[in-house]
Write a protein that binds this ligand. Structure first.
Ligand SMILES: [Zn+2]
Length: 184
C-alpha cells in the first residue's frame, strides 16, 4: 500500500506490515497518522509522516493558489503553488493547505468531489490557522477553481456559460468556479 499524502487519523497500514514511526500512533493493529503529511517508509519498514508544517508566511486573509492533490471526504488537500503578493508569486517548497467541504461555497455542498476534483487549480483565501494547519475558503464569489481537467481524458476544460465542457470528449462537468477561470 502506498499513500503519498494523508490526513490525521488516516490508516498507514498495520503492525504486521510496518513499524510505527514519527508522527504515527497505533490503534488496535492499525498504524494511524497524527498529522497531515507525506508518508515515508524506511529500510526497516518503519512508516513515518513528514508532517505538513504551516509555513510561517501564511496568515488569515492571504490569497493562495493550490493544486488539489488528494480528496478524503469531507476534506481536500491542496498543494500551494502560488501566493498573491504584489502579483502572483510562485511557491517552490512543498506545503499543503486544507479545504473542508463546509468552506467551499456559500450554499450547501454535500461532497468535495461535487465542487472540485483532483488536479484542479484553485484560488482560495486562508480562512483560519488551526492545529498548525492552514484552512482555506473558496466561499466568496472571487474564489474557486481557475483551471480544471476533464475527468475522462484529462484535457483542460473550457468554460461554457456556467458549466465546464471538454473540447476533446464533450464531457460536461460542474465546479465551484472563480470568475477568472483559465485567465490567470
Ligand atoms: Zn474529455
Amino acid at each position: 500500500m502506498l499513500i503519498l499524502v494523508v490526513l490525521p487519523g488516516n490508516s498507514l497500514g498495520t503492525e504486521e506490515e510496518f513499524l510505527a514511526g514519527t508522527d504515527t500512533f497505533v490503534e488496535g493493529v492499525d498504524i494511524l497518522a497524527t498529522h497531515a503529511g507525506e508518508t515515508s517508509i524506511d529500510a526497516d519498514h518503519r512508516v513515518s509522516i513528514k508532517a505538513v508544517k504551516k509555513p510561517a508566511m501564511l496568515t488569515p486573509g492571504m490569497v493562495v493558489f493550490g493544486r488539489v492533490d488528494e480528496i478524503f471526504e469531507p476534506i481536500a488537500l491542496l498543494r500551494v503553488v502560488g501566493i498573491e503578493q504584489n502579483g502572483v508569486r510562485p511557491v517552490n517548497n512543498q506545503f499543503y493547505c486544507v479545504l473542508h467541504v463546509s468552506r467551499i461555497k456559500s450554499g450547501y455542498a454535500k461532497n468535495v468531489r461535487d465542487e472540485i476534483k483532483i488536479g484542479d487549480i484553485v484560488k482560495a483565501v486562508v480562512d483560519e490557522i488551526k492545529n498548525e494547519e492552514a484552512h482555506l475558503s473558496t466561499k466568496a464569489p472571487e474564489f474557486g477553481v481557475i483551471k480544471a481537467f476533464c475527468s475522462n481524458c484529462r484535457h483542460p476544460l473550457e468554460k461554457k456559460e456556467r458549466m465546464l465542457e471538454c473540447p476533446d470528449c464533450g464531457s460536461k462537468e460542474n465546479r465551484k468556479l472563480a470568475p477568472g477561470y483559465r485567465s490567470v
